[in-house]
Design a protein around this ligand. Sequence first.
Ligand SMILES: CC(C)(COP(=O)(O)OP(=O)(O)OC[C@H]1O[C@@H](n2cnc3c(N)ncnc32)[C@H](O)[C@@H]1OP(=O)(O)O)[C@@H](O)C(=O)NCCC(=O)NCCS
Length: 184
Amino acid sequence: MPEGLFFPVIETERLTLKPLAINDAESLLKIFSDPEVMRYWNTPPWKTLQDSLDFINASNDSMQCQESLVLGVYLQSTGELIGKCMLFSYDAESKRAEIGFGLGRAAWGKGYINEAGEALIQYGFSVLGLRRVEAEIDPDNQSSAKTLEKLGFSREGLLRQRWEVNGIISDSAMYGRLKSDHMN
Ligand SMILES: CC(C)(COP(=O)(O)OP(=O)(O)OC[C@H]1O[C@@H](n2cnc3c(N)ncnc32)[C@H](O)[C@@H]1OP(=O)(O)O)[C@@H](O)C(=O)NCCC(=O)NCCS
């Protein structure tokens, strides 16, 4: 697949989704060092600028290898970085990938992930040729569950005691959306 397909710039009504740049590191750290944002994540909150730089570099490497698509979410009106969304665990043969997203607290509740998520899913279906997009969330994460349902995902199962982070054990709820679920 042409390399450029893993470095897209996607415009939606209010947002631009594009690869993260090194000079996003500080804004990204502000968002992902917030324990409220990271409450249901399977890693602890970030601590240092290096965590942020490591994430940006690892994201770029994984896009170079065509393993994932990690995009910053920017407000078109101001250019501000408000979060990130991604398609990862891409399996070209099985035509599936997993979706993930996270926004800074000030950007919650404005339907931004509905907009960004739908654009990313459509990109996955139409450009990357995906047949299935899946998501794994903490079943206690009501906001994420609502967001996935609004995005047309079905809850497909529960994996018990799947994670242990800082001694806390949690289950995973699995969601899926097929290309054939939503033919517009
Ligand atoms: C989950 C998340 C991505 C949702 O994105 P969003 O753009 O805020 O989504 P929406 O505006 O459609 O809101 C979805 C739900 O979030 C909840 N929510 C919205 N604003 C909220 C706020 N300020 N405080 C608490 N919950 C809020 C509501 O339950 C809302 O559903 P409703 O509109 O039907 O009431 C975002 O809240 C987030 O980044 N959370 C932290 C990171 C995270 O948990 N990511 C998912 C890990 S898999």
